[in-house]
Design a binder for this molecule. Structure first.
Ligand code: NAP
Length: 286
């Protein structure tokens, strides 16, 4: 069984990113910059944002977090995004999701300039992704493709099942696997007999958001299992959507939680930010 070690793959990719950051600095006179907007004080979101900030810092990327009150109006949030859109020293913008219920994710995804979309989730970039020519791709599915690449797991011709159809994970994951020539089935909460799909798959990406949801009897021997789920925020109590310990002698390869998909997601955010910064720098020179 191969442990798909996202923590060390992400660390190696961050190292590889540093020369690009240095080269950008020497050409442009400043570091690539990511602005993160955090609305409210959801504890899990705070932890995610802190980890993103730390990763930026360790890679030489400049970042700033805007802490906005939970009761901020849509108009005031839109204004903040407009300010960041217009600021020429900002290369990437990320609004940490989820946002409080009274705010519209649709409005946020339409408001962020696609050329500053570090998360790759704006509607414009989702359209490019559908067309197969996205500049930046959503961080979690991108991180998953990169960990597969690292371990030389070629999905071409594989039967792939994605459990979940969210805008952030499931849908873009389906597209990226299909672009890599897997034959993909996307399952969701209304899927009848989920097990009949997962049990026949060569690779399963589980993003249902349900703690320890699938285990030994749900997967084919020798399959690749990618666990996107993230539950709990304290040390030692994190777990995923998959009962990891049951699969050690079933899966050919599996991501742990923590240390699998999570670090790869953050790494993709850094890579997207640097890519957007480089593209903006080229456009200045034209
Ligand atoms: P989400 O928006 O809640 O979507 C969950 C999806 O799972 C939905 O499409 C839902 O179907 C489907 N689902 C729910 N119950 C199901 C069931 N019994 N059988 C089959 N499908 C079912 O969640 P998300 O944002 O995609 O995130 C999923 C998980 O990944 C969460 O635990 C989240 O914390 C984690 N996550 C981790 C990272 C990371 O970097 N590690 C990044 C993003 C998310 P319907 O569409 O029918 O409701």
């Amino acid at each position: 069984m191969i442990l798909l070690d996202g923590k060390s793959v992400a660390a190696a990719r961050r190292e590889a990113l540093k020369p690009r950051v240095e080269s950008f600095k020497s050409k442009v006179g400043r570091a690539p910059h990511l602005s993160v907007v955090l609305v409210g004080d959801d504890p899990a979101s705070r932890v995610y944002v802190r980890n993103k900030e730390k990763a930026c810092h360790n890679t030489g990327i400049d970042s700033k977090v805007y802490n906005l009150p939970a009761d901020i109006s849509q108009e005031a949030l839109d204004q903040q995004i407009e300010i960041l859109n217009a600021d020429t020293t900002v290369d990437g913008i990320l609004v940490q999701l989820p946002v409080p219920k009274h705010l519209s994710v649709e409005s946020i995804m339409k408001k962020i300039k696609p050329e500053k979309d570090a998360d790759g989730l704006t509607y414009m970039n989702s359209g490019f992704l559908l067309a197969g020519n996205a500049i930046v791709k959503p961080c979690t599915p991108l991180g998953i493709m990169r960990i597969l690449e690292h371990y030389k797991i070629n999905v071409e011709g594989m039967k792939a099942v994605v459990v979940g159809r969210s805008q952030i994970v499931g849908k873009p994951m389906t597209l990226l696997l299909s672009d890599a020539n897997a034959t993909v089935t996307m399952c969701h909460s209304k899927t009848k007999d989920l097990k009949s799909y997962t049990l026949n798959a060569d690779i399963v990406v589980v993003a249902a958001g349900k703690r320890r949801f699938l285990g030994r009897g749900d997967f084919k021997a020798g399959s690749v299992v990618i666990d996107v789920g993230m539950h709990g925020s304290g040390a030692g109590e994190l777990c995923g959507d998959v009962r990891f310990e049951e699969l050690l002698d079933v899966a050919a390869a599996i991501t742990p939680v923590p240390g699998g998909v999570g670090p790869m997601t953050i790494c993709s955010l850094l890579e997207n930010t640097v890519q957007l910064a480089e593209l903006r720098a080229i456009n200045y020179q034209k």
